[in-house]
Design a protein around this ligand. Structure first.
Ligand SMILES: *[C@@H]1O[C@H](CO)[C@@H](O)[C@H](O)[C@H]1NC(C)=O
Ligand SMILES: *[C@@H]1O[C@H](CO)[C@@H](O)[C@H](O)[C@H]1NC(C)=O
Length: 183
């Protein structure tokens, strides 16, 4: 009896330890948005116009840091590559009327919506770009660490689907950021 109980306990602990962490989004409000601040890494991106997020695309950016400013705006610190050179870009996205929505003029007009996050593992956003009369959609998955478990990628795929983007529209951004970490 005792042995069986111990065995079961061991099995249970083992399972608990090997279990993947899973996305647990928290409700987003103006009052907790500041928790998005800190380091992030680009994990995945998706777009209906892949040219813009593939190599040399103008929206292929690698996130390094987000800062929630006191006036509610979000400051993004990015890296991107121009002909093999790393360029650091800092942009401020102004808070719009709705919590979670931000606007920025960068390669056109953009509306950025934070779709979900748990603040400590992952963040998903949607970006609508309007340039020269053309609308482009971009979705992004960021992680606090450079790789995320499959459950996060699967969830990202599902979210992309709700925006009409299939797996062919999704690209892997891990191990692609070759810019130095010190400025
Ligand atoms: C919020 O603060 C940032 C940094 O000081 C500034 O660039 C931005 O214009 C401000 N936004 C508003 C709406 O005042
Ligand atoms: C905008 O559209 C015009 C006309 O189609 C084109 O000549 C121009 O290069 C476009 N600009 C950009 C930034 O795509």
């Amino acid at each position: 009896m005792v042995r069986t109980a111990l065995l079961l306990l061991c099995l249970h602990l083992n399972l608990a330890w090997t279990q993947e962490s899973v996305p647990r989004p928290v409700p987003l409000r103006a009052s907790n948005m500041a928790r998005v601040s800190g380091s992030w890494r680009s994990i995945s991106m998706a777009s209906n116009d892949l040219k813009r997020i593939e190599e040399n695309g103008d929206l292929r950016v690698f996130i390094r840091h987000i800062e929630h400013l006191r006036n509610g705006s979000l400051k993004f610190d990015f890296r991107f590559m121009i002909q093999g050179d790393c360029v650091a870009v800092t942009v401020v996205c102004e808070k719009m009327k709705n919590d979670r929505e931000y606007s920025i003029v960068y390669n056109g007009k953009n509306k950025v919506t934070v779709l979900e996050t748990d603040f400590w593992v992952y963040l998903t956003f949607h970006l609508q770009n309007l340039r020269n009369g053309t609308k482009t959609q971009v979705l992004g998955l960021y992680g606090r660490i450079p790789q995320l478990d499959h459950s996060y990628l699967d969830r990202f795929k599902k979210i992309c689907k709700t925006y009409g983007l299939s797996s062919q529209n999704i690209i892997d951004m891990t191990n692609q950021d070759h810019c130095p970490f010190k400025r």
